[in-house]
Design a protein around this ligand. Structure first.
Ligand code: PLP
Length: 426
């Protein structure tokens, strides 16, 4: 192998990998059909048949419900909207606590705040990076109303255990399934174990509609509340004869006919889109598993991992080079990656300063909870020292390129002593 690209050698991957080609002729034709129909959205925010959206939205929801074996699928315009709607649908109110992981996209932890709920952070597992049920148990109080289980990076959280915990305590489990569309835990599909599960269809996910999301539930009442929050449900409380109008302060979270049409085509190809990413991640894992100080993703027994992110734990004491320098060398070889994922979310100014809605710090004023450093040590360690992330969803990688990606990692690892010399200024 040549010397490291960082030291003047030839990079293993000279050209930036192409972007994943997620849109094809099927999606184009579906959009064309909607355009020709002239109806780009079929929703009306008032009582009547159009309250539930246009023909493509309804077809998409029916197809989604069938695909995942759930009673109701409620489309929305993003996973974030779906999370907000879920918090509303379960009747979350000011001062109620929702247990959340600190390593997830920020939206997971914003959703409770919209209703005056208080996010309470529970640390993650060191192996799967999903919320740890033992840490969740420690955080449950009489104020706890729900747990957010995030199937992070495509790996299922301990869903059955968390659902049991919720059922025992009479609280809700909401699954943020943005990153694991076809995840499985012991035969159960991720997203379908909680009372409500929410998928994301944003551009960066395994399948997408540009922006979009889908909430699923088997509960008729929750489904109706989700539909109402999605579409100005305040106008239907009387006509529906809803006895409990809690949180029927509706939004416009409606999906367009265009997005639904694209979603139908993408959904039909979901297995292929997910399997492509899984294959790439598995190639990277198999090709680098033996490297010292380089721990490839673990898949818990009975689980399917969809690899939204392929996250390696880097041990700089074992490798003998800082993560930052190793990463610089990897980047020079052309391997696209990031250090870490997001900072532990309780470090956001919003939590640090306890300022969310309005000027007086509400809803944090309803609780004594604070968000100091050290709250979730595993997340902090992964973020600060260990995580090296690659995004399989982003790139179109054939077998040749995948082999080069493995080679790039192996090369930097092999020549790490040269990096040491560089670090020491030799
Ligand atoms: C775990 C998680 N939750 C929520 C979201 C928000 O999804 P959306 O962009 O569809 O609102 C994302 C998006 O990256 C995510 O990864």
């Amino acid at each position: 192998m040549s010397k490291l690209a960082l030291l003047g050698g030839a990079p293993v991957i000279p050209d930036e990998p192409p972007h994943y080609p997620s849109i094809g002729a099927g999606e184009m034709a579906a959009v064309q059909e909607v355009m020709e129909s002239g109806c780009l959205s079929g929703f009306f925010g008032s009582p009547g048949p159009e309250f539930l959206g246009g023909p493509k939205v309804r077809e998409f929801e029916a197809a989604w419900a069938e695909r995942f074996g759930v009673k109701h699928a409620v489309s929305v315009n993003s996973n974030t909207s779906g999370l907000f709607a879920a918090m509303g649908a379960i009747g979350l109110g000011p001062g109620d606590e929702v247990i959340v992981p600190p390593w997830t996209m920020s939206a997971t932890t914003m959703a409770p705040l919209i209703y005056g709920g208080i996010p309470v952070f529970a640390d993650i597992e060191d192996q799967t990076f999903c919320i740890d049920p033992d840490r969740v148990r420690e955080q449950i109080t009489e104020r706890t109303r729900a747990i957010m289980a995030v199937n992070l990076f495509g790996h299922p959280a301990r869903l059955a255990e968390l659902r049991q915990l919720c059922d025992d305590r009479g609280i809700y489990m909401i699954e943020d399934n943005a990153q694991a569309p076809l995840g499985r835990e012991n035969g159960r599909a991720t997203g379908t174990v909680g009372h409500i599960g929410i998928a994301s269809l944003n551009y960066h996910k395994h399948i997408h509609t540009g922006e979009g999301g889908v909430c699923v539930t088997d509960d008729d009442d929750l489904a109706r509340r989700l539909q109402m929050i999605r579409n100005h449900g305040e106008n239907l409380v009387a006509s529906e004869g809803l006895s409990d109008a809690t949180n029927m302060v509706g939004f416009n979270f409606r999906m367009t006919e265009l997005s639904a049409a694209v979603g139908l085509v993408q959904l039909a190809a979901l297995e292929r889109h997910v399997a492509t990413r899984e294959k790439l991640a598995e190639t990277l894992s198999e090709g680098t598993r033996d490297l010292d100080g380089w721990t490839v993703p673990v898949v818990r027994d009975g689980c399917r991992h969809n690899y939204y992110i392929w996250l390696v734990k880097f041990d700089e004491d074992v490798v003998g080079v800082s993560r930052e320098l190793f990463s610089k060398a990897l980047a020079a070889e052309g391997f696209p990656h990031e250090l870490a994922y997001v900072a532990p979310l309780y470090r956001l100014p919003l939590f640090r300063d306890r300022v969310a809605i309005g000027r007086d710090g509400w809803p944090f004023t309803l609780t004594g909870r604070t968000y100091p450093d050290g709250l979730c040590p595993i997340t902090e360690r992964l973020h600060e020292k260990e995580a090296v992330c690659f995004e399989p969803c982003a790139f179109d990688v054939d077998d040749t390129l995948a082999a080069r990606m493995v080679e790039a990692i192996r090369k930097v690892h092999e020549y790490r002593a040269d990096l040491n010399a560089l670090a020491k200024g030799a």
